[in-house]
Write a protein that binds this ligand. Structure first.
Ligand SMILES: [Cu+2]
Length: 210
């Protein structure tokens, strides 16, 4: 399987066996199929659950529902292995402003937040930028769960030289940097794309100053 795009942006084609994909992320891939019936299998991380579709290129018998393609245990597409196509790479620049967003909370209290604060509609936590700035957003996951983080109104480049995206999955204990050009004035939601996490508080605003 060859990854060709991340969230709609081209990458240097990269061969993998499987994708780790969070809510809101998209990948374009190319595969070459022989003749027959092939499973397209999605496995939920941390749960004994799968979903499946079948791709038919010829007559044949569908594989059993319990089949887990061995590729799921193979090489995953990793951000650090993906490079943006030259046309969509951000030019190198030092950030004018860096905002650190620590992802906080847990399952027991269901108190998901950013920097320890749940989103407050009346007084939202706001990370300020100005038009024209190069902005670095650092997502740091202090929880034990996966959080696919999405910034509205912008796309960003991951970890300085990584792929261009608009949603980035941050694994437990991991840190990911997202560089963007502040070129779209407004007040933009930044949130976990597991919407039940966002609704319980893992949201904030990227806010332009006049
Ligand atoms: Cu989350």
């Amino acid at each position: 399987m060859t990854v060709t795009h991340t969230d709609g942006y081209p990458v240097v084609p990269h061969r993998v066996d499987a994708l780790l994909i969070g809510m809101g992320e998209r990948y374009d891939v190319q595969v070459r199929l022989g003749d027959g019936v092939f499973p397209l299998t999605a496995e939920a991380v941390g749960k004994n659950a799968t979903a499946r579709a079948l791709i038919r290129t010829a007559s044949g018998t569908a594989p059993g529902m319990g089949l887990r393609p061995t590729e799921l245990r193979g090489q995953l597409a990793r951000y650090r292995k993906l490079r943006p196509a030259a046309a969509v790479a951000l030019p190198a620049a030092t950030p004018d402003v860096t905002h650190r967003l620590v992802l906080t909370g847990g399952m027991t209290r269901y108190d998901w937040g950013i920097n320890g604060q749940p989103y407050d509609q009346n007084d939202p936590q706001r990370f300020l930028v100005r038009q024209g700035q190069r902005v670095r957003v650092v997502f740091s996951n202090a929880t034990t769960m996966y959080h696919p983080m999405h910034i509205h109104g912008h796309t960003f480049q991951i970890n300085t030289t990584g792929p261009r995206k608009d949603t980035v999955i941050v694994l437990p204990g991991q840190e990911v940097t997202c560089d963007l050009e502040a070129d779209n004035p407004g007040q933009w939601m930044t949130h976990c794309h597991n919407i039940y996490h966002a609704e319980s508080g893992m949201m904030a605003l990227l806010g332009y100053q006049a």
